[in-house]
Design a protein around this ligand. Sequence first.
Ligand SMILES: O=c1[nH]cnc2c(CCNCC3CCCCC3)c3[nH]c(NCc4cccs4)nc3cc12
Length: 371
Amino acid sequence: MAAFPFEIKAVEGKARTGVLKTPRGDIRTPAFMPVGTAATVKAMTVDQVKATGADIILGNTYHLMLRPSAERVARLGGLHKFMRWDKPILTDSGGFQVMSLSGISKLTEEAVTFSSHVDGSKHVLTPERSIEIQADLLGSDIVMQLDECVAWPAEEARARKGMELSARWARRSKDAFGTRDTQALFGIQQGSTFEALRRESSDRLREIGFDGYAIGGLAVGEGHEAMCEVLDYAPGLLPEDRPRYLMGVGKPIDLVEAVARGVDMFDCVLPTRSGRHGQAWTWDGPINLKNAKYAEDESPLDPDSDCPASRDYSKAYLRHLFKAEEILGQVLLSWHNIAFFQALTAAMRAAIAEGRFERFRREFRARHLSQ
Ligand SMILES: O=c1[nH]cnc2c(CCNCC3CCCCC3)c3[nH]c(NCc4cccs4)nc3cc12
């Protein structure tokens, strides 16, 4: 029995809209999950995140296991209590960041071992330890298996090795997770850009059985077109009655094109990271607020938004804050960008529910890509 019921409300082509029901609240899909790296969605309070309409955020295993440590978060009541976020949290396994962030990491059949970028201390991450950190210590609602994301481009033989290791780790993760019914475990499809490998990966995950399935190994430099070519077939290899989560994606156009190909859930640091550097995402595309043309532009980023950061402040004022390196600039633009990504997924949910997603997709591309 799957831990979390996933009710698909409407379908248009491959696009679906639905609700993933969890003990801590419902997740409306398509869903964008803001990234909460070190127990905070950077520069935002949990009340601001909630106000944007986000139903779920990401927690970051790699950072929290290093600082303050997963055991300390557990002693303080778990991640929800620690950061005062009472809705669902999805935690990553920690593996992706170890292999892309920390100094030295060694990958074996048994584990990933690495040195902390904080204090150089040595750490060992096995599939079992990752489940313990996520499920028992942080208290995550959706737990991700430990996997190996093979760098792009990859030779087929190398991609196979990574896919097979991830499949063996999927089995170990499921065994360690056990039969919990108040938390969910997602498996991760690998196979780089090779259809046969992604098919084999999907079959092995389906055999083991997960509450949801992630599509890994993408948004690692292959570019939008190559990613879409994989998404033309990859989501359909996974069970259609369970949520599909495309990891690390992405720009607004990536979300629209992935939803059109059957993806339900997304996470990306883009809205918060680009917001901190003065980039605002809008229906008319991204704009850089440091640009002189906004120096006396009294218009807000989006007068029709219900988000104060989008509706109440002039571009001139926001530009001033960034030129003066005032913290409020980063706060308001992170808030605006997260609100925009939530408005985008809400608009897609409504379009699919009303059978007009193809028109939405066409009109969005015309307006958003016009510059
Ligand atoms: O196969 C994968 N397996 C596991 N994780 C992946 C991730 C990390 C997803 N966000 C985690 C978050 C956890 C909380 C902190 C922030 C990350 C990916 N991110 C990207 N692209 C975006 C990229 C970001 C950086 C380099 S590429 N492709 C990814 C592929 C995989």
